[in-house]
Design a protein around this ligand. Structure first.
Ligand SMILES: [Zn+2]
Length: 409
């Protein structure tokens, strides 16, 4: 049997151990203080113990945060030395989101439930599956006596769910020398259930609140007032047209174009026979990389002001949320190529390489000029009640990672 086959077979025997690892993690509600929790310290201690059991030395770059017991948000890693191949890094996050409405769960979110191939509990998918798969992939190399092709570093960060200021952003600020553009960096935190999607790019996000001011009058005399709803409706219609101006179609994305959609609408007048003098709605823009959000905001402001002026109304645009996308990772970069080959071998399918409409933690690597692939076998259970993960998928993902660690992908 060749080395790759030995690794795949070995990992195939880890199901029970992966379940026990998940059971240990699920029992710790590692909510960040913004979500009313005590932080990631306890879960970090578990992951650190695992790394030490593999014989790795661990390092920390914790972020001070007075809101949690212990006063820090942990960011830690351990590196297994290897050959002279490029370093491989896999980054998972320690924090989880709150349970939400408890009545929607069919079991205790903080106690692992196993049902055939499925395991349930808060965090099992997001992001314990990443921590467990990346860990057992390394365990397999050790059990099979196979040296990594280059150093392999497993990283666990805090604060992914509430902005990453105490997590990856902090780590990159304090320890930029850890990473180089030649490294293979993998963030298992999004993907498709069968592992068929590798994310290399994201769109920028801009959320706008639009307040239109007119003049309220009786419904029988609209000519005496200024109908704010009518002006707002014209602006809503204009949003899709404006979206077409933000970049040429990019086949990395689905959809390939920038999108600007009117979404939320605040209640206006409650009776039918009043012409509304004020209307408030919101627009969710997902903009292709390369277009600045200043430009988008300027275009919206100009067009909406023109519409308002024609109707005799005024309009105010407020930015509710904005996130400028980082430059895309080259689909030809080594980490994407290695993943593509690994997924093909383990899953027997050709993964699609593309972009997503929202921001991920990988953006911090990309902003630092580091290529990074976001990938794992991700169920749509993330952040939901009855969050679940698949044991067979954790095994498959660990198999792909082990091939990459060993330079066999
Ligand atoms: Zn996540």
């Amino acid at each position: 049997m060749d080395q790759a086959q030995r690794l795949l077979q070995r990992i195939g025997t880890y199901g029970e151990r992966m379940i026990e690892a998940q059971r240990e993690l699920v029992a710790v509600p590692s909510l960040g203080p913004t979500n009313g929790g005590e932080g990631e310290g306890e879960k970090a201690a578990i992951f650190e113990r695992w790394l030490k059991e593999l014989g790795l030395e661990t390092e920390h770059e914790d972020a001070p945060d007075e809101r949690v017991p212990g006063g820090v948000r942990p960011n830690l890693w351990g590196v297994m030395p290897g050959g002279d191949g490029p370093p491989v890094w896999v980054l998972g996050h320690l924090d989880v989101v709150p349970e939400g409405d408890r009545s929607l769960w069919s079991s205790d979110p903080w106690e692992l439930k196993v049902d055939g191939d499925l395991i349930y509990g808060r965090g099992v998918m997001d992001d314990h599956a990443a921590l467990v798969s990346s860990y057992f992939a390394l365990q397999a190399l050790q059990d099979e006596g196979i040296a990594p092709a280059g150093p392999v570093g497993l990283i666990a960060v805090s604060d992914e769910e509430t902005g990453s200021a105490y997590g990856l952003e902090h780590l990159l600020k304090k320890r930029p020398e850890l990473f180089s553009p030649d490294d293979l960096i993998l963030v298992p935190d999004a993907g498709e259930p069968d592992g068929s999607f590798i994310e290399v790019a994201e769109k920028s996000m801009l959320w706008l609140k639009v307040t239109v001011q007119g003049k309220q009058v009786h419904g029988s005399t609209p000519h005496k007032g200024v109908n704010a709803l009518y002006a707002a409706a014209k602006m809503m219609v204009a949003t899709r047209e404006l979206a077409q101006g933000f970049g040429a179609a990019d086949p990395l994305f689905d959809p390939m174009v920038s999108t600007c959609e009117p979404t939320r609408k605040e209640a206006g007048v409650s009776n039918i026979n009043t012409v509304p003098g004020r209307d408030v709605f919101y627009v969710d823009c997902r903009i292709l990389p390369g277009i600045t959000l200043e430009e988008v905001l300027a275009v919206f402001t100009e067009r909406f002001e023109a519409i308002a002026a024609r109707e005799g109304a005024t309009v105010e645009l407020e930015v509710v949320n904005r996130m400028q996308a980082a430059p895309a990772t080259d689909p030809q970069s080594p980490v994407v190529q290695a993943l593509t080959r690994g997924v093909k071998r383990v899953r027997g399918l050709e993964p699609k390489v593309g972009g997503v409409g929202g921001g991920t933690v990988a953006a911090f690597f990309r902003k630092a000029g580091l290529p990074v692939a976001v990938w794992y076998s991700c169920e749509p259970s993330v952040h939901q009640p009855d969050e679940f993960a698949r044991i067979s998928s954790m095994i498959a993902d660990a198999q792909v990672m082990a091939l990459i660690y060993a330079g066999l992908a």
